[in-house]
Design a protein. Structure first.
Length: 165
């Protein structure tokens, strides 16, 4: 299996789990946050939903400079719109990855804030990092949902909410 085929397979597998988790966000809890230093559910869920589009950003650009492009995401207020945003982001990332070449995957991509360089990685590694970010933030969302007593879907097997004890 080629690197691109492997990344597509992983993207599709993680999308299934992400879809299940995002679909559980209650419409009346978008402003809720577990701690003053934590993101609210709106920001966290929207970030998770946008991450598949980072695949196309990695392949289409040589980097991201927060000084030139301040981070912003759309304001989403309900789970229906969140799911639409996720599906659009997933389609964008998947479509671009399907068109990628091995040579593109080897190019460097830089994350920076003006003169401060955070990282320089191969584009293939940036794509993998975006997948890791999905998993990381999805786990955060699982904690948020647990604190709100929302049943958690399984990720790589059944969750405690899905098992018969």
């Amino acid at each position: 299996m080629s690197l691109i085929q492997s990344l597509l397979k992983e993207m599709n597998q993680e999308a299934e789990t992400t879809r299940k988790m995002l679909s559980r966000v209650p419409d009346d809890k978008y402003d809720w946050q577990p701690h003053e230093k934590s993101m609210n559910i709106r920001r966290l869920a929207t970030h998770i939903a946008e991450l598949p589009s980072w695949v196309s950003m990695a392949l289409n650009t040589s980097g991201l400079d927060f000084a030139q492009n301040p981070y912003s995401v759309p304001t989403i207020n309900n789970t229906k719109d969140l799911m639409v945003y996720f599906e659009q982001s997933l389609l964008e990332g998947r479509s671009r990855l399907e068109q990628a070449t091995d040579d593109e995957m080897e190019g460097n991509w830089t994350l920076r804030n003006g003169d401060q360089v955070y990282s320089v990685n191969r584009k293939a590694d940036v794509i993998r990092m975006s997948y890791s970010q999905v998993v990381h933030h999805r786990a955060q969302l699982g904690v948020y949902l647990r604190l709100l007593n929302v049943p958690i879907p399984g990720s790589y097997g059944p969750s405690a909410d899905e098992m018969d004890f």
